[in-house]
Write a protein that binds this ligand. Structure first.
Ligand code: C2E
Ligand code: CA
Ligand code: CA
Ligand code: CA
Length: 279
């Protein structure tokens, strides 16, 4: 398996769960990284298909390790979850995202929304709604520009408490989105019980659009039902024009993917926004 070479620990694609010592060491490195803020948010544009303009972005965390360089979230979010470090890390993400929205506004960029990913353990945190409220108040950001990306499994865990929490966010004025839609066990009809505004169709259904008839059928039906339930649909992982043609046919509203842009650091993303508003 692929391994990143480390002084005193290794990050493996497979088999890491069994290596308790490696996890302890990585947990220690993560703890230090949080104290020293060795993280950055990268931003990937969300494109509206009707005019192909950027109407939002997704914040994606990167660990910029002083010796080992950039470490992708798949390598450390699971350990952050297991060790509980996801709570301070997730709080950092929300604060950084709100400050970023404030910086974009102050730089005079046309307003766009910014979504952040929540982890399951973070979503269970009892004071999460209050923390988000306080951060919005502190930064003066209009809550309608902050979006939370949740997964189906997070919503299914404890239905009643979940619904209350979602309503708490809605009362603040946030937008709520279901990430990786279609990979969990929920149905659209069931999701209607939750105050959700957006569905993100998982990349695994998008990659073979126009090639795999099953994927075409799934995506078409998902978009049609979502549209009739007044949910916005965004397709993720769009890499080709032929996928865009299919998604336009099915009346998908927004897309995200390498075809338009990869996630960028704040400097590159700011240049990207400036270039777009000059067109
Ligand atoms: P996700 O939320 O499903 O994010 C989409 C992932 O797909 C990102 O990977 C993004 O860079 C990648 N992607 C976007 N467009 C394309 C494309 O056209 N082709 C391909 N092949 N990939 C594309 P990334 O940044 O490595 O993030 C991986 C996962 O890590 C995320 O999946 C999310 O679950 C998690 N994650 C990222 N940032 C955070 C965070 O701040 N908090 C939490 N809790 N999780 C995060
Ligand atoms: Ca996401
Ligand atoms: Ca996703
Ligand atoms: Ca397939």
């Amino acid at each position: 398996s692929k391994a990143l070479g480390y002084n005193n620990f290794c990050l493996y694609d497979n088999g890491m769960k069994q290596d308790y010592r490696a996890q302890l060491t990585l947990g220690g490195a993560l703890r230090k990284a949080i104290e020293e803020e060795q993280f950055e948010l990268y931003y990937q544009p969300k494109i509206r298909l009707s005019d192909e303009l950027t109407v939002g972005a997704e914040a994606l965390i990167r660990w910029i390790h002083p010796e080992h360089g950039m470490i992708p979230p798949d390598k450390f979010i699971p350990i952050a979850e297991e060790t509980g470090l996801i709570l301070p890390l997730g709080e950092w993400v929300i604060k950084r995202a709100c400050h970023q929205l404030k910086e974009w506004r102050e730089a005079g960029h046309p307003p766009i929304s910014l979504s952040v990913n929540l982890s399951g353990r973070q979503f269970m945190q009892s004071d999460l709604v209050e923390m988000v409220r306080a951060t919005l108040a502190e930064t003066g950001v209009d809550p309608k520009y902050l979006e939370l990306e949740l997964t189906e499994s997070m919503l299914m865990a404890d239905a009643q408490q979940t619904i209350e929490k979602l309503h708490g966010f809605r009362k603040l004025g946030l937008t709520l989105s279901i990430d990786d839609f279609g990979t969990g066990y929920s149905s659209l009809a069931y999701l209607k019980k939750f105050p959700i505004q957006t569905l993100k169709i998982d990349r695994s259904f998008v990659s073979d659009l126009g090639i795999d008839a099953d994927d075409d059928a799934i995506v078409k039906a998902t978009i049609a039902m979502a549209n009739s339930l007044n949910l916005k649909v965004i397709a993720e992982g769009v890499e080709s024009r032929s996928q865009i043609d299919v998604l336009n046919d099915y009346q998908c509203e927004e897309v995200q993917g390498y075809l338009f842009a990869k996630p960028m650091n704040n400097i590159d993303f700011s240049s990207y926004l400036s270039a777009q508003s000059q067109n």
